[in-house]
Design a protein around this ligand. Structure first.
Ligand code: NCD
Length: 309
């Protein structure tokens, strides 16, 4: 396959296995580019990209911006806090105004699930979902799978446990779709209150005992407790959460084999993982960040080549 089956990246659930393969092979090329002394290619000199962030972000926004610049695209940035959204403008009006300025692609993070799907139905531009509420975060799942593939050779047949706040996590849902698509075995682990009711219907298993989950897996993807999305209390106290679902060095050392530790960031050190785990040789957290730029370059490049055709 030489082109993506989609014109937008709205969620992993719209992709096929071959799309993932193509994105990873293209990312291999860009990873080599970003490690050269001149980290830039002229591929997207004629493309203008708008980054629309209606929700806070550090890593994802920086990563997209770097990816765009390394492809030589023209970049405009927009953050909701300093925009006319605060004056009552609708999402479509905001975006149409931006598109009138001849923007070819929109990267959007938005607090409402489905916001990027909605946008793709109403504006004439390629859309990349950079996280829509608790729904999907496709580029995070792509960079996570890419990092597993890099570390363990392939994703197919590997055992991955996603630990923590599954209920509020777009990273969890996109990862489940991506990992299943590639033939990995997936479990989720966390307090029952933070596991969605029918999560097994996605073809995965639930394990509420962290030690057992870690003994089973090849990779543990540790998620942050998304306090900002909680209106009620889902567990008695942070101290109890840490005791049951936090990973520390002692726990890792007690396992019968070495496992890989991942985290999408931002880390709450001392909550989901301790510092000695985050900074240990088990952790591929900084590789994930590096790979994020290469994977986003690949996605932007592949979608832009569909605009040009
Ligand atoms: C995640 C997100 O925003 O969904 N972070 C990220 O994109 N790197 C996860 C989180 O906020 O915990």
């Amino acid at each position: 396959m030489s082109e993506l089956s989609v014109n937008h990246l709205l969620g992993i659930k719209y992709l096929c296995k071959e799309d993932l393969q193509l994105i990873f092979e293209t990312a291999d090329h860009f990873k080599e580019v970003i490690n050269r002394s001149i980290k830039k290619v002229p591929s997207l000199r004629d493309i203008t990209i708008a980054n629309l962030f209606f929700e806070n972000s550090t890593r994802t926004k920086l990563s997209f911006e770097l990816a765009e610049k390394r492809l030589s695209a023209d970049v405009v940035n927009f953050s909701a806090a300093s925009s006319s959204v605060k004056k009552g403008e609708t999402l479509i009006d905001t975006v149409n105004n931006i598109l009138s300025m001849k923007v070819d692609m929109v990267i959007m993070r938005h607090p409402n699930p489905g916001a990027s799907v909605f946008l793709s139905q109403h504006v004439d531009s390629a859309i990349i979902n950079a996280g829509d509420g608790a729904h999907e975060h496709p580029t995070q799942a792509l960079l996570d799978s890419y990092s597993i593939r890099e570390k363990l050779g392939e994703v197919a047949g590997k055992k991955i446990v996603i630990v923590g706040d599954i209920l509020h996590s777009r990273v969890a849902l996109s990862n489940i779709f991506a990992l299943k698509l590639q033939g990995a075995e997936v479990k989720v682990c966390g307090p029952k209150t933070l596991l969605p009711k029918h999560i097994e219907s996605l073809g995965i298993k639930v394990e509420t005992n962290l030690q057992k989950a870690l003994e089973w897996c090849d990779v543990a993807n540790m998620l942050r407790v998304q306090n900002e999305r909680m209106e009620i209390s889902y567990f008695p106290s942070t101290r109890e959460y840490v005791q049951q679902f936090g990973v520390n060095k002692k726990l890792l050392d007690s396992l019968s084999k070495e496992i890989v530790i991942m985290h999408p960031g931002p880390i709450n050190r001392g909550v989901e993982i301790t510092s000695d785990v985050a900074d240990s040789q088990h952790s591929i957290i900084l590789n994930q960040v590096e790979n994020g730029v290469a994977v986003r370059m690949a996605v932007i490049y592949l979608l832009a080549s569909k605009i040009k055709n």
